[in-house]
Design a protein around this ligand. Structure first.
Ligand code: UD1
Ligand code: CA
Length: 482
């Protein structure tokens, strides 16, 4: 992998991105679970560079903070004024301390679709051809706004990059464009940057001018044409942000499908780049898989399900569910209409059924919570059944308390477990009980009012009502039958 290991990758991310119309700096906008600059840093890391430097400027503290928190090991260089891409790279090289020998790769912080494979190919072409600089180019349907690649009519060699604003009409017709991604010889780059001028329409130091400078000094200038021009799509506004998300999402789902995952309707499924799958997982329509979610072999998820940082075990079934930081065991069943909150752990073949909410709850093997229940701050053993409409009463208004229920218990419907409380192994509880005291193993707990029937109450209190007539008819009928 590190055969063409670069000395450094420089990520340009100092620009403001005004067209995003946002308080958030452009490179911190997110698609598919990573910031734009995060995608670029992730791709850059596949090159295993000795140094990774991000040039920050606009909202520098915010961008720096994000990188420190999420992408440890990246360095930043501060560009106070955005005087051009050449100026930005000069500042990055200063940060590295001048003497960078070896390859320096430059990428933009707003191209989230750029893949590690393409960067690797660029580095390989650069090394293989012995170039002083190699530019990643692409043929695009509409080259408006991009720097054009000018080639020698005879040899086809790249002679210069001309910015749209500085181009002639003839040059503007060129559809091969500069992606903004380059591999340079570090030493030659540093020398050439010292010679870049600012006599262009934007009064900036253009990194692209380095090509012409190196060529005129007799060095080899090469190009590597990207196979898919969409990879170099730069994000300038929110329409492009959505388009990049769509393209990245399809790429991620196609990768999953080629690895053996069934995606019933890719257009309605969203996945983050950090989600992992095993073969024979099945994803139904309307599903979002986020963060560090993992689907094991044969796990079946959806429809209409959102999982964040959730592990779904082999063969488990998750239907119409929202889950966050949950662990769903092998063969377990969740939903339809379940909500699993952080700290939920469902054992093998366990069940969290319909209208069931769980939080910080450990549910043992084969244990079922089938209907209409809240299980918060609890430990439940194996092969226990929790009756419908039970509530684990964990909050006394000030603190949260824990409930422990053993294995092979059968708790009745409509129970309140007022924590802290413990129900022993093999115990039963009666329907409608409010359990406030520990239940010893093997006991039946009954904690509810005794039933009292006041006979003839309707005839006395509601005379002549439909209820009284129905009751009278039933009494007559019963006496007639006697
Ligand atoms: C640049 C290229 C152009 C190419 C296009 C690809 C130059 C002169 N032009 O044009 O040939 O087709 O990218 O998208 O390089 N940045 C800084 N500091 C600066 C200026 C820019 O960090 O002083 C960063 C920006 O944040 C951005 C990247 O560099 O991430 C590119 O800058 P931008 O102004 O968007 O360049 P373009 O005009 O698009
Ligand atoms: Ca741009």
């Amino acid at each position: 992998m590190s055969a063409n290991r670069p000395a450094a990758v420089v990520v340009l991310a100092a620009g403001e991105g005004t067209r995003m119309k946002s308080k958030t700096p452009k490179v911190l906008h997110e698609i598919s679970g990573r910031s734009l600059v995060g995608h670029v840093v992730t791709a850059a890391r596949e090159l295993d560079p000795e140094h990774l430097v991000v040039v920050v400027g606009h909202a520098a503290d915010q961008v720096r903070g994000h990188l420190t928190e999420r992408y440890a090991g990246t360095r930043t260089a501060f560009q106070a004024e955005q005087n051009g891409t050449g100026h930005a790279v000069r500042i990055a090289l200063d940060e590295l301390g001048q003497s960078v020998s070896g390859t320096v790769v430059v990428v933009c912080g707003d191209t989230p679709l750029l893949s590690g494979e393409t960067l690797t190919e660029l580095a390989a072409t650069h090394a293989g051809d012995g170039n002083a600089v190699t530019v990643l180019t692409a043929e695009v349907p509409d080259s408006t706004g991009y720097g054009r690649i000018v080639r020698d009519a005879g040899t086809g060699a790249v002679t210069a990059i001309v910015e749209h604003k500085d181009a002639t009409d003839g040059q503007r017709a060129i559809r091969e464009i500069n992606s903004g991604v380059f591999a340079f010889d570090g030493q030659l780059l540093a020398d050439a940057l010292g010679k870049v001028r600012t006599d262009n329409s934007q009064g900036e130091e253009y990194l692209t001018d380095v090509l012409g400078i190196l060529r005129e000094a007799g060095h080899r200038v090469g190009a590597c044409v990207a196979g898919d021009h969409r990879e170099i799509l730069g994000i300038n506004n929110r329409v492009q942000l959505a388009e990049a998300r769509r393209l990245l999402n399809i790429r991620l789902l196609e990768r999953a499908m080629m690895a053996g995952v069934t995606v019933v309707d890719p257009a309605s499924v969203l996945v983050d780049a950090t989600v992992t799958f095993e073969p024979d997982a099945i994803i139904h329509p309307g599903t979002q898989l986020l963060g560090l979610t993992r689907l094991a072999e044969g796990a079946e998820v959806g429809p209409n399900t959102r999982l964040r940082d959730t592990v779904v075990g082999p063969g488990a079934r998750v239907d119409n569910t929202v889950a966050d930081s949950a662990e769903i065991g092998e063969g377990a069943s969740v939903g339809p209409f379940a909500y699993l909150r952080p700290g939920t752990r469902l054992g093998k073949k366990a069940k969290a059924g319909t209208y069931v909410e769980m939080k910080n709850a450990s549910v043992g093997e084969g244990t079922k919570v089938p209907h209409l229940s809240y299980v918060g701050d609890a430990t439940i053993g194996d092969f226990t059944n929790i009756g419908a409409a039970s509530v684990f009463v964990n909050y006394d208004g000030e603190a949260k308390h824990h409930t422990t229920i053993g294995s092979h218990c059968k708790t009745g419907s409509d129970n309140m477990f007022v924590a802290p409380v413990t129900v022993g192994d093999g115990a039963y509880t009666a329907a409608g009980s409010v359990i406030t005291k520990d239940v010893p193993a093997g006991s039946l707990a009954v904690a509810r009012g005794q039933q009292r029937n006041i006979e003839g109450w309707v005839a006395r209190k509601r005379p002549g009502s439909a209820a009284a007539q129905a009751a009278a008819a039933a009494t007559d009928k019963a006496s007639g039958e006697n």
